[in-house]
Design a binder for this molecule. Sequence first.
Ligand code: HEC
Length: 395
Amino acid sequence: MSGPPAQAWLNALLVLVEQLQLGLLSLWHALGLTGDSHGQPAWPWARRMAAETLLIDLGLARQVGLTLCAVAVAVLAMALALAWRRRRGVLLAGAALALVAAPWPSASLLFVPAAPTSFHASPTRFAVDSIAHGARVYAQHCTSCHGTDGRGEGPLAASLAVWPPTLAGPLLARRADGELFWHVLAGMRDRQGRSTMPAFGDRLGEREVWAVIDYMKALSAGSGAEGNWPVPLRLPEMAIRCADAAPLALSQWRGDQRVRLVTVDGTTPLPFEDPRFLTVLVTPDGQPPAQVPRFRAGCTAIASHAWQAVAAIAGQAPSRLAGTQLLADRAGWLRARGTPGRPWSDANLVCVSGPAAGTPAASSSAPSSVPDGLTALLLRMDAEPVRFVKGGFVH
Ligand code: HEC
């Protein structure tokens, strides 16, 4: 009994459910049966399949998986029946049997309310400029209820009928971006139809809403100060310059090389280059530090807001950020946060997808020569990739 781990088939199922719905949306849009909403094809139905429910209800997920298999078998049998006259009766009976025998899941569990933007993708690429823009929007419109730290304890919070949720928990990771977008634009209501979260559609433009979602994610990661981050984050997009070459987008390394962001100001010692990852220096003003000879400078972030965005993600005040490091895996997920002056260890992991940090994972197979902290961390990041599913994360 050594099938693939539960998470592998579950992840595949969630991706399939997502792709099926996106495929249907594209088809409807191509046929002209649905228009656009906020620049992307609008989801035409009031409900959608709830990937986030499947993620926590394995029994339901199994039923959905088996039913999808049965439907695939039935469709295949019917297609064969069209071509193969002599066996038509048997094939059609087989198709009917597959459909009858399938463990159809309960619709009320599987389907949840949807918005026209449920399947929208954020156009911002989680760029540092967008995070900084979002910080301004958040400070102006959201802190009164959600609080500067996002824990839902702003000055107005106590006077509301419903307490604002804390962003320091997994809420933002559980919701599809498109639904967060809709909730900010259109507001939210309780079961009796009373407004709970105000609508911002008349005050904020689309770009501002996508930006504030980016900032809330950064804030959420930064507020989970200890241990695991509640929201897995991509390396933020930013322009960087390597030696004298033309500026490049940091995402260019995604899928290829690990990236380490090192925040340095005039006082911090510069890191050594390390061939195991691309080192990018982040400075308060986007200029390479004066004390670095060119050949050692590696790459420097030239995006002016990089310092502020990294500070939000790392949960540090910008004035105390210098020396903090962020490490991203080859797929571009931020996985570890380094503290100035301390050696790397498993305790630096902020995004763990296997056993919780600190548990002696796979210690029985560990080689007798124990690798140093950073090597062990990199090996673990490679061995336990982040599994990502829209609308729900396996983390
Ligand atoms: C008047 C107080 C108030 C203000 C101002 C406010 N919110 Fe909220 N917000 C709430 C409350 C209350 C809820 C919980 C609503 C519920 O669960 O029904 C909420 C929920 C949310 C959620 C969770 C949505 C979800 O999918 O569950 C997000 C995201 C959010 N707010 C973002 C924002 C942003 C961004 C701003 C500023 C542009 C903002 N809020 C301003 C009160 C407020």
